[in-house]
Design a protein around this ligand. Structure first.
Ligand code: PLP
Length: 393
């Protein structure tokens, strides 16, 4: 589907619809009168098949306690198998009301108070909050920024695991915000270190459908034919891909039966939610019939990214745009153009944008901004032009 056709068919006004991105800016930015390029959701309607399935289910009228039908597992497993070669089994699957909620539960299941947990920064900020809010010790290994290409620092990872007695690693794959789609070789190296050092892994794969570069996505539980999967809990959802975040349905994939048992006990003790009827109806329909829509979405992300990259290169080449392999989040290095103390003023008060500032992802993110490209080309054009103009002034 052409980009213009996708936009025409699916773009939708979200302002004044109680959206966090548009109507919730005031809380974080002091004004709702900015162009929002923050929050990782999109300005697009879900696939028609999702809306149709939801309508049908809503019209039934009764929304009592519900099971997860076999058809759900079939659609989800087929999607994973055919697109990524990931093999799943029903007994491995648990449902959550969101990936972050499940990370928090798993931190409690897999570690004790004061245990050390590692993240690779800059990284999605709730990883750090969950670790610290649960009174665990945050251990950071910074990714190496190799001229805009981020790589894991395996030596640093192993050293810190040993010296800090790390028990758990939370990995983001594909990586928000640096946009890497880790190769199988990189992941294998990481998981081998974790296996040797007896470190468990949570693999947050919520962005796994949003692949826009050449690297193929490989799930942590499929690396080396599943060799590491007993050491790993994988988390994913249809929510990021298909813009379903508020329907609160996500997967916790636990191949290791002992970990599963401990997880189930914890969920029982806290009476944690196990997904949502409406969220499951939407996700099943998306997995079954959402592939063409997703192709349209990926085309749009590539288009928006190429525009952003070429405009900065042409007008302010000192602004460095990190190559986008996956996610719809552009990671933009402003350090050569603006000092850290002036960046917020420039973006918010001169360019009039709401963005995610790099430092929320860790100190390695200082001087960067993260821009959400899952919006119309018109909004990307406005945002980029506003930044270029503010910089030139
Ligand atoms: C890496 C990552 N994990 C989790 C989430 C949020 O997932 P949920 O809304 O299911 O908690 C996001 C949202 O941006 C994300 O980028």
């Amino acid at each position: 589907m052409k980009v213009a056709d996708f936009v025409e068919k699916y773009a939708v006004e979200r302002k004044h619809t109680d959206s966090v991105k548009w109507d919730g800016m005031k809380a974080g930015f002091g004004s709702n009168d900015l162009l929002p390029m923050w929050v990782a959701d999109t300005e697009f309607k879900a696939p028609e098949a999702v809306m149709y399935a939801l309508k049908k289910r809503i019209e039934h009228g009764a929304y009592g306690y519900s099971l997860t039908p076999d058809s759900y597992y079939e659609a989800y497993f087929k999607w994973q198998q055919e697109r990524y070669g990931t093999e799943l089994h029903k007994e491995w699957i648990r449902f959550g009301a969101g990936v972050v909620q499940s990370i928090s539960a798993l931190v409690n299941v897999l570690t004790l108070q004061d245990d050390a947990i590692m993240v690779l920064q800059p990284v999605y900020h709730p990883f750090m909050h969950v670790i610290e809010d649960n009174e665990r010790k945050l251990i950071v290994s910074n990714l190496k920024d190799n001229n805009g290409h981020y790589e894991m620092d395996f030596e640093d990872i192993r050293n810190k695991i040993q010296t800090e007695h790390v028990k758990l690693l939370i990995n983001c794959s594909p990586h928000n915000p640096v946009g890497r789609v880790w190769t199988a070789a990189e992941l294998e190296k990481l998981f081998e270190i974790c296996r040797e050092e007896k470190v468990l892994v949570i693999s947050d794969e919520i962005h796994h459908d949003l692949i826009v570069g050449d690297n193929k996505f490989v799930s942590a539980i499929a690396i080396k034919d599943g060799f590491y999967r007993d050491n790993i809990v994988m988390l994913d959802a249809a929510s990021k891909t298909f813009n379903l975040a508020a329907l609160q349905n996500s997967h916790v994939v636990i191949a290791n039966p002992q970990i599963r048992e401990r997880y189930d006990e914890y969920v029982k003790k806290l009476c944690l939610p196990s997904g949502n009827l409406i969220g499951k109806v939407a996700a099943e329909a998306a997995y079954r019939d959402g592939a063409d829509w997703l192709d349209g979405m990926l085309g749009l992300i590539k288009y928006n990214f190429n525009y952003l990259k070429s405009q900065f290169a042409e007008n302010v080449p000192e602004v460095k745009v990190t190559e986008l392999e996956g996610t719809y989040l552009a990671w933009v290095d402003m350090r050569k153009m603006v000092s850290a103390d002036k960046l917020h003023h420039l973006i918010q008060h001169e360019a009039r944008l709401a963005v995610d500032y790099g430092e929320i992802f860790g100190t390695a993110g200082e001087g960067f901004i993260r821009l959400n490209l899952a919006t119309t080309p018109e909004n990307v054009e406005k945002a980029v032009n506003a930044i270029v103009k503010a910089l030139k002034n």
